[in-house]
Design a protein around this ligand. Structure first.
Ligand code: ZN
Length: 339
């Protein structure tokens, strides 16, 4: 998912055995449902130069050491490069997403939460006028084909078939990240786009997530270099976290250099310095140390923090919450609806 995104890779587990059989029988998973969708997804697997895909049968193909459901085609992207696109039914796509997003060891309710969130996200990305709908990467949702599937993730997708998050009777725009850091982010603070159900909620559920708190020290010269395309700071002299907005996240971080002063959002700082270095938008402090030679950042969480907190959902599910209750907590004002 957008945003989604550098997050949660540390607990992605690729499934072992898989079957090329079609869908498994559905369990209800406690969710009344009888609706399925005939929606299909077109997933951009690769662009530029890539190894060729090989058909296996009418419904499966092999590419780059993995096996995929559906068909593939080569398209010419607007920038002139070639693209490898996998077309397949929506829920078959979700089979290859879920195991990349959370571990099969998570409880059925946590699996169902992710299934519904990923389905809702995917439906919102369908763009018939384009050559593909989603990218098989963090900018949309990671997708690994059949080797990423598990019995557990397929069961969750089947149990929630046709179910999506809705707001005011229409499909919601959902977002999720690995760990919100103790309070989810307001979409307006991270993306400058207010969304009525992507508001900040206090989240006591994710404090047990791995690497909940983080800190990093970065050479000031590297910081100035990272921002050089946008501002020539010169030598970094001061850094300030500007007032904290909705979601308790900084509204901006100001970098004062000998040549210029530059204010960036926490999301921009993540992008510039790298999302694996600045792990979340929940930056709690930023100071210069070692006589100005080092920028020290500290924060909590992993990812952008907007919407569903995956580790918080896991903890809620372990305490007995069901998928509907968990989704209502992270997307206030929404309901579960049908495709
Ligand atoms: Zn959280």
């Amino acid at each position: 998912m957008r945003s989604h995104r550098v997050r949660r890779r540390e607990f992605c587990i690729a499934a072992g055995a898989f079957a090329l059989a079609p869908r498994v029988a559905r369990a209800t998973g406690g969710l009344d449902q009888d609706a399925e969708t005939d929606a299909s997804m077109r997933v951009l697997l690769a662009s530029g130069s890539f190894v060729p895909a090989q058909p296996i049968d009418a419904w499966h193909f092999a590419w780059d050491g993995r096996t995929y459901r559906g068909s593939f085609s080569i398209v010419r992207l607007p920038d002139g490069r070639a693209g490898l696109v996998n077309a397949l039914p929506l829920d078959a796509y979700l089979y290859g997403v879920l195991g990349k997003e959370i571990s099969p060891s998570w409880s059925p309710a946590a699996q169902q939460v992710q299934a519904i969130a990923s389905r809702t996200y995917a439906l919102g990305k369908i763009r018939p006028e384009r050559l593909f709908d989603v990218i098989a990467a963090e900018s949309d949702q990671h997708y690994g084909g059949i080797e990423s599937e598990s019995v557990e993730c397929r069961a969750a997708i089947d149990a929630t078939a046709g179910r999506i998050v809705t707001y005011a009777g229409a499909a919601a725009r959902v977002a999720y990240s690995a760990c919100c850091g103790g309070r989810t982010a307001d979409a307006a603070a991270v993306w400058k786009t207010p969304v009525p159900y992507l508001t900040s909620v206090e989240d006591p559920n994710c404090s047990g997530a791995p690497n909940f708190a983080w800190s990093v020290a970065i050479a000031s010269g590297d910081v100035a270099f990272a921002f050089r395309p946008r501002a020539d700071l010169g030598t970094l002299r001061d850094v300030r976290v500007e007032s904290f907005g909705a979601g308790a996240r900084p509204l901006g971080i100001t970098f004062v250099g000998t040549s210029a002063t530059f204010e960036a959002s926490a999301a921009d700082v993540r992008t510039a310095l790298g999302p694996s270095i600045v792990r979340s938008t929940f930056v709690r402090s930023a100071t210069l140390e070692n006589g100005g030679a080092t920028l020290a950042l500290a924060g909590t969480g992993r990812g952008h923090g907007v919407g569903l907190c995956q580790w918080g959902a896991r903890a809620m599910a372990d305490r007995g919450a069901d998928a509907a209750g968990i989704l209502a907590f992270y997307f206030p004002g929404t309901a579960l609806g049908r495709v």
